[in-house]
Ligand binder design. Structure first.
Ligand code: CU
Length: 136
């Protein structure tokens, strides 16, 4: 006996499309991009970082210098930015600034739309401590 071939119904095609889309979305957005920026006296290392817009970013700022640094960026003003680690006091002032004391670090998670985001140290005399995150 030969079974007749039957084309998939609309419902099955829709389910297959949803499954494929879900796999794509979860593969893109599950894993955070781990970024480490070292604050040195007086520069950031690295000073230019490329990121993907469709994945969360876990950004860790580590103070490797002998002075405290206070990092400012419009990126830190975004409402979804969350501090997840503050080893040396509360680093996240809520004004788009992250303070990192000597020997300290601060980690935040965030998502960023496509764009170029500058960051810099706002402490007087630390002019030139700057960098950019390029989200593509
Ligand atoms: Cu500084």
């Amino acid at each position: 006996m030969v079974l007749p071939f039957r084309a998939p119904t609309k419902a099955i095609r829709l389910l297959l499309a949803l499954a494929a889309t879900w796999n794509f979305v979860s593969a893109c957005s599950d894993s955070a991009q781990d970024i480490r920026i070292a604050a040195q006296d007086y520069r950031f290392q690295p000073s230019e970082i490329h990121l993907q817009a469709d994945r969360p970013i876990r950004l860790t700022l580590v103070n490797e210098g002998r002075e405290a640094h206070e990092v400012s960026s419009t990126l830190f003003l975004r409402p979804e930015v969350r501090p997840i680690d503050d080893q040396v006091g509360p680093p996240f002032t809520g004004r788009g600034l992250i303070k990192i004391n000597v020997g300290g670090s601060a980690t935040v998670t965030l998502r960023a739309p496509v764009g170029t985001y500058f960051y810099r140290c706002v402490i007087p005399g630390h002019r030139g401590m700057e960098g950019m995150l390029i989200v593509e």
